[in-house]
Design a protein around this ligand. Sequence first.
Ligand SMILES: Nc1ncnc2c1ncn2[C@@H]1O[C@H](COP(=O)(O)OP(=O)(O)OP(=O)(O)O)[C@@H](O)[C@H]1O
Ligand SMILES: [Mg+2]
Length: 244
Amino acid sequence: MLHISHVRKRYAHAKRNAVDDLNLEIENGQIFGFLGPNGAGKSTTIKMLVGLLKSDEGTITFEGEEVQSLAYKRLIGYVADEPYFYEKMSGAEHLHFIADLYGIDQKHREERIDSLSQTLLLKDRLGDEISSYSHGMKQKLAIIAALLPQPKLLVLDEPMVGLDPKAAYLLKNLLGDYAKAGNTVFFSTHVLEVAQSLCDTLGIIKEGTLLACGSFSELRGNQKAKDATLEQLFLELTEEGAAQ
Ligand SMILES: Nc1ncnc2c1ncn2[C@@H]1O[C@H](COP(=O)(O)OP(=O)(O)OP(=O)(O)O)[C@@H](O)[C@H]1O
Ligand SMILES: [Mg+2]
């Protein structure tokens, strides 16, 4: 289980908390979709979740391991909103570099690189230098690299950005299958159709505060219009938030 408890973060010189008293519990095998307007605190939360930023208060654990521990780091995979690469490497070199870091044996890594790059339609380009990749290709490479060590918790910050409709569809299936195998997926997105169709639980955040959390039908049940779309719910909740 992923357990986020009373997490708070304020950047230096900021007037308000970027994330304020955030509490979340996500069971293994679940897909959690993190939604919210620009600047809501999604990436800040995600960076704390993967140990890149330290929270000012609160605790984050996965399977009982503390976020800053090596045991925790071994359990997670991360796709950043703007993935960074050594551009002079080829895609294959990058993936072998990641496999080396995680100590994945030769046979196992070849199989995984092959199957993941085939699934995401990047296999033909793995031999090319990353500097020659399009935005979407880099995104695919970052996703393959994160999945390579088979993390129990996969965290992705806006993974659909830059992907063409076919690739977005393939990624959706991949994430669905990955969670069905018992892994936990936590991702932020602005693509509400993807969130609605893929996620077991949705969290809507605004100005650092979690406004709503639950399954789509639970969120809908709390609204006046019981047949509301996620877009209507999102707009209603985030606009209500602004009026307070
Ligand atoms: N490095 C930083 N230094 C100072 N303030 C920051 C920094 N990064 C983010 N912030 C601020 O923290 C708040 C939350 O930003 P964050 O990047 O977490 O939002 P987000 O929900 O990921 O938005 P988006 O949908 O645009 O990606 C914003 O007010 C933002 O201006
Ligand atoms: Mg962001």
